[in-house]
Write a protein that binds this ligand. Sequence first.
Ligand code: GAR
Length: 197
Amino acid sequence: MKNIVILISGTGSNMAAILEAAERQHWEREHGVRVAAVISNKADAKGLQTAASRGVATQVLDHKAYASRADFDAALAQAIDAFEPALVVLAGFMRILTEGFVQHYAGRLVNIHPSLLPAFAGLHTHQRAIDAGCQFAGATVHLVTAELDNGPILAQAVVPVLPGDTADALALRVLSQEHVIYPRAVLQWLTRPGTAA
Ligand code: GAR
């Protein structure tokens, strides 16, 4: 069995999209892939309730309870590794991870970022795309490397930027496509040729 651990900080709509796809497409039966746990750094992350209501184990690790980023990442890795994950999925997990953490999960850590990387790494991606006069925006699923919002690209989705768009309107258009590409990219990565069942 290939276990997935999903990390969230907020709404968790990408997490929900992955849980829905896993159920609808019978990932466990068809591919030996299952979401084993959802972990949040925020106790009030809405996504925790969604995960629990679908019978997925949830856990909270409050980053504020740790003296340093390295301490938090060490505790986080310990919590994650209890589930022996084949893949760790960042889904709106709004913490910068230490190099040690990223290296520990090399090839097993994916992220979704709301821009067409390498354009607009970092925050406020939608406003920056509008301000730059982009005619297209989108989202990128990528393997996580030590550099922020970098790493090999696994999937992208493109949406138009419409006249008069606000950052919120564009964010919604992009998010609906995130929900399409993230579950697909996760399953593809876990079942790529050369990986044992
Ligand atoms: C998504 O748009 C995701 O791309 C973005 O946060 C949102 C989380 O939404 N991630 C980042 O900005 C990471 N740098 P969700 O909690 O509903 O999935």
